[in-house]
Design a protein around this ligand. Structure first.
Ligand code: HEC
Ligand code: HEC
Length: 282
């Protein structure tokens, strides 16, 4: 006959077994979902992305003719070049996170969905959201940074002051543009022709061109908020630095936005969108 203690021990072992079996099942099915998502991601990648970003995610796609060359077209004042991202580096330009950090999933989703103007990276709006999420998961397998690091928190853009875009604010922004040496790359007149402009290379050693503000096209999108975010986060790997530390004051950041808008000839076009969102129109 068993003592009550023995009964209890058997009961505990049984309970433990049941729990661990349940836990095992749960993680097995989570792995199943992950594996399915990655498989789908790979299919999407090999269909839509491989031509530019390459089978190994290193940016060496079949569009070899233009690969690693820099095209500088002076067509209607527009400078254009084509360098697909190398995902094996794990370094991204379009992040909402501080410099040196990985982007968030939403940052990558936005890039894949909207594409990147002035670069040849197309929009993939037409793909179902599930496929876009799957391909985002898949491109993370190209760099170990995604296993080794936790993504950082996004920098939030504070609500814009009504004076953004005004002459007084742009004047203050101009002083910052000079003090922070934006002109060394972007030029005094913002035409991308500063003294350093012709010597700039990115992390991969490819020649890069600082934006000519007068072309009126932004990779991150045409809003004062995206300008604010660009010089706060920097475009990692591209030579466009982050000014998060050297420009800690929020109002000063908005003054700099005003000046860049002025260089772009867009100060008059800041409007309040239909859903109360603030944006710069055409
Ligand atoms: C026609 C060529 C082309 C195709 C197709 C293409 N891309 Fe790109 N992609 C580019 C180029 C060029 C860049 C570099 C843009 C830059 O650095 O300014 C880029 C950059 C990126 C970036 C990095 C953005 C950053 O923050 O640095 C991501 C992410 C990306 N592409 C994802 C994808 C995915 C996913 C697909 C397929 C669904 C895809 N791309 C298809 C050309 C392409
Ligand atoms: C060391 C050179 C350098 C300096 C200094 C520099 N930039 Fe840039 N900037 C670049 C390069 C290169 C690009 C283009 C990156 C690309 O297209 O991938 C760029 C792009 C930009 C863009 C375009 C972002 C977009 O969405 O396309 C803005 C806005 C910008 N810089 C603002 C500034 C401001 C404001 C300053 C000063 C506070 C500054 N930059 C200082 C090199 C520089």
């Amino acid at each position: 006959m068993k003592t009550p203690f023995q009964n209890q021990a058997i009961y505990s072992v049984l309970l433990l077994t049941v729990f661990s079996l349940a836990a095992f099942n749960e993680s097995a099915s989570a792995q199943g979902i992950d594996a399915r998502k990655l498989k789908r991601g790979r299919e999407v990648y090999e269909h839509y992305c491989v031509v530019c970003h390459g089978k190994n995610g290193d940016g060496k796609g079949h569009l070899g003719l233009v690969r690693y060359t820099i095209q500088r077209f002076h067509k209607r004042g527009l400078l254009w070049y084509f360098l697909p991202a190398d995902f094996t580096l794990g370094v991204f330009k379009l992040r909402s996170t501080p410099t040196g950090c990985l982007p968030t999933d939403e940052d990558l989703m936005r890039t894949v969905t909207m594409g990147i103007p002035r670069s040849g990276m197309p929009s993939h709006k037409v793909l179902p959201e599930e496929d876009r999420r799957a391909v985002v998961e898949y491109i993370k397998t190209f760099s170990e940074r995604w296993q080794e690091e936790e993504p950082c928190d996004s920098i939030s853009v504070p609500r814009r002051y009504a004076w953004v875009g005004s002459d007084t604010s742009a004047e203050k922004g101009k002083k910052l543009y000079i003090k922070l040496k934006c002109w060394e790359c972007h030029g005094y007149t913002g035409e991308g022709n500063g003294p350093k402009a012709d010597r700039l290379v990115d992390d991969r050693g490819n020649k890069v061109i600082p934006l000519d503000f007068t072309t009126g096209l932004l990779k991150r999108g045409l809003t004062p908020e995206s300008l604010y975010l660009t010089f706060t986060t920097g475009f990692d790997g591209s030579g466009m630095p982050s000014y998060e530390d050297s420009l800690p004051d929020v109002q000063m950041r908005w003054h700099l936005v005003s000046y860049v808008l002025k260089l772009m000839g867009r100060t008059k076009s800041i409007t309040i969108g239909s859903e109360g969102t603030l944006h710069a129109g055409e």
